[in-house]
Design a protein around this ligand. Structure first.
Ligand SMILES: [Zn+2]
Length: 355
């Protein structure tokens, strides 16, 4: 789903903090020298991002903080971190070993220590696998945490991989070919032709890599999206790009949604409360859902809208929200099926495609 500018790291502007943790399995810990070499790669990657930002006159300051420079965090099985559920579980286990209550507590404490910083986490995993980025949902104030899971490739960690995954934390999307459909192939071809050196296509070497204007737009480095961006974006991400192109002007530098006016459009009641559909800033594409739990008047929750296929998907924005208690994560279709009278369903579906 669209998590652009919604995690613990938002637009890539202002003060940013890359928090690194060395993770390994028992008996196969990181070597001391290897650790300092790897940490230098983290710093190199963040410095590279800052230098790219200056090319767009974007003001970015990156600091790097290692939470365990002198010891490893040991997991029973590093291979489990490949799947989303595994990453989430790993994040909690790692946080616990670092003496936080859980991953959410870790993020809250980091935010207290670095109040004006946007924070993303980098797990440096001492095994061979494919790096990826996860937006890990947690309860509590931290909402969701941007986590990069960086593994070794042929025995070493690559600074270009750290940069690529870190940029995902701030909204950048992959520009390489994701699938075998005709659309995937065409858009990837266009991206390869237009900006073959973009770090979101290839991430082997920082030298010779760049952040193209399309990726820069996703990061919030300029507010001038061109119509041709759509050609270079994989169909998988097109809805997200459309949403962002239409609405980027409503996000402030920190990636927080700025609402100047709101209008209530629809209200649906169900036994636990009500869903209200709100149009923001007089823009048909920018819609929020509020849930008003029954028995409470003003303690409503905000949900930011994202899209998945043709349905709105809701994402919790407050600490009162729990995906488990309200099974919204299956998408708006679930909510509609569960709570909306059949005769009014069309009204909801009509408004679900963001173009
Ligand atoms: Zn990627």
């Amino acid at each position: 789903m669209d998590t652009t500018w919604s995690g613990s790291a938002k637009k890539l502007l202002g003060n940013c903090l890359a928090v690194g943790v060395f993770v390994s399995e028992k008996g196969n810990e990181w070597g001391e020298e290897e650790k300092s070499e790897t940490w230098a790669k983290v710093e190199e990657a963040m410095a590279w991002i800052v230098s790219q930002a200056s090319g767009y006159n974007a003001d970015v300051n990156f600091e790097c903080l290692c939470l365990n420079p002198d010891s490893d965090t040991i997991l029973a099985d590093l291979s489990e971190t490949g799947a989303s559920s595994g990453s989430e579980e790993a994040a909690h286990q790692i946080a616990e070993q670092l003496e936080y209550k859980d991953a959410s507590d870790m993020m809250e404490q980091l935010k207290e220590q670095y109040p004006s910083y946007q924070i993303h986490i980098i797990f440096l995993l001492n095994n061979e696998s494919i790096a990826h980025h996860e937006d890990i949902h947690v309860g509590g104030e931290g909402q969701s945490i941007d986590v990069c899971l960086i593994h070794k490739e042929n025995g070493i960690v690559l600074s270009a991989t750290i940069a690529h995954e870190s940029l995902h934390s701030f909204g950048a999307i992959d520009l390489y070919q994701k699938g075998d459909e005709e659309g995937d192939i065409k858009t990837a071809e266009y991206a390869y032709k237009k900006f073959p050196n973009d770090i979101m296509i290839e991430c082997e070497d920082l030298e010779g890599s760049e952040i193209s204007e399309l990726t820069a737009f996703y990061l919030g480095w300029h507010g001038d999206p061109k119509p041709w961006y759509k050609k270079a974006v994989n169909p998988y991400y097109l809805t997200v790009l459309n949403f962002l192109m239409n609405n980027h002007q409503y996000y402030d530098e920190q990636g927080e949604l700025v609402v100047s006016q709101e209008e209530e459009l629809l209200r649906y009641s169900f036994e636990e409360g009500e869903f209200i559909r709100i149009k923001l800033n007089d823009d048909d594409n920018l819609v929020l859902w509020k849930q008003v739990p029954s028995g409470s008047e003003d303690a409503y929750e905000f949900w930011e809208v994202g899209t998945e296929g043709e349905f709105y998907v809701l994402e919790g924005k407050t600490d009162k929200y729990s995906m488990m208690e309200m099974p919204i994560d299956a998408g708006m279709s679930y909510v509609i099926d569960k709570f909306v009278e059949p005769e009014t369903r069309d009204e909801w579906f009509e408004m679900t495609v963001v173009e």
